[in-house]
Design a protein. Sequence first.
Length: 176
Amino acid sequence: MTRSSAFVRNGRMEVVAHNALFRALHAPMFHSETIDRRGRPNIARYLFLDPGSAGLFVDWQAAAVTTVALMRAEAGREPRDRALRDLIGELSTLSPQFRIQWAAHHVRIHHHGTKRLQHPGVGRLELVYRSMDLPVSDRAVYDLTVCTAEPATCSEDRLRLLASWAATWPSAMEPT
């Protein structure tokens, strides 16, 4: 996929696979101090621990509510997942916003919607997304999400521009 942003995440909100357009679209997340030692971003960590996340996610509050609700669903499904418990503890300790959302007890499984981003290079994008669970194993949860812009919109033009830039970056080189 070159004209759609795609990524796979696990139940702990870790981005475990992505295409070049996802990386370009979410470049601030990949450049955040919240990435792990292998350079992999965690959506929840970025949202709640990087102050710059509010600049990327136009609907930051909605992204926060959805992220915590997905984590709560995962915690209910996998109560013995130590890494998830550690992440929840870390975010609860370091982020008042996470604590508020966690206390709300929302649980949500979502598969489609709209995401609005303010990209530092191409400006505002309104994207539609669809997610689906990947049948990896009985216990593991992996979710594939694909985002694209509606045809004949400014967002489509901006996403195409970003895709053209992403296509020219060497695979070992990160976008700036």
